[in-house]
Design a protein around this ligand. Sequence first.
Ligand code: 13P
Length: 341
Amino acid sequence: MSERLEDIAAAMVADGKGLLAADESSGTIKKRFDVIGVESTADSRRDYREMMFRASEAMTKYISGVILYDETIHQKAADGTPLVDIIKATGAVPGIKVDAGAKPLAGFPGDTITEGLDGLRERLADYYKLGARFAKWRAVIDIDVSKGVPSATSIASNAHALARYAALCQEAGIVPIVEPEVLMDGAHDIDTCYEISKATLTKLYAELYAARVALEGTILKPNMVLAGKKSGKVSSPEEVAERTIKLFRETVPAAIGGIAFLSGGQSDEEATANLNAINAIGPHPWKLTFSYGRALQAAPQKAWGGKAANVAAAQAAFAHRAHMNHLAALGQWQPKLEQAA
Ligand code: 13P
């Protein structure tokens, strides 16, 4: 495969393909395993992820790349094959989460700043040698308007960190996924999500420009514009699509490599229906696909339950969600296809 950043980025958003976000930290994957009653050990985490990477139907047809966690990029399958080699054999690009997590922003209660810039140049060089050709850094913007969250300082600090990260990635020959996630956990309405997302993306692209990041060699991983979970409202796919595309037209340069959404706590089917509605109102200046964690993995996790006997059923569940999201990335999904499964 070409090693040019813009070619890697283009492959990541190839028609009908999207990213599998399998980069849960050890703390997060433990929470997921607790739900299915599986003890989280290095081996169980390996077995679980190997199950997905060996789901050849899903991987070869629908998955363009996999975001890994530090532990996983170093791990070998049960038969000794590096997991990275299994991913590469499917044609998908291995990627790596490089941020060190969102920490409280000093002086701004309720706001966070994502850490991990110190030593990043050296870590990126190591990850490149291990086969990573893209990376991910997630900034977290919560919304709690009554408490003044997010502050302008939080938005600016996170955008600056994302730009420094992106420049270091490109220096290392790695495509940066820039992820400024405006959380959907709050009680806010869709207008507030739109306004905060607009402020966030406007600042982000100003910082990427100032940091001399080549936009063609970047992927944006954004939230969709929708009402917060605690608002008691569910935005319709048509409303989500209209607001999200309006926002991007106002703030996201056409030059970027592409857009791959996070699912952020939407149900599996919501995440698919919303992506589909977004693509159905195209054409758009960018490719818009998925980079889902929970919305791709919740079903296979449940089907797997930590048992080798369930591997085929879990792979089938993964293939189904990947197929549905493949159709949504093309604007060709229909609700009745869910029932057919
Ligand atoms: P979700 O799709 O579960 O939001 O995870 C995507 C991700 O990588 C968040 O950083």
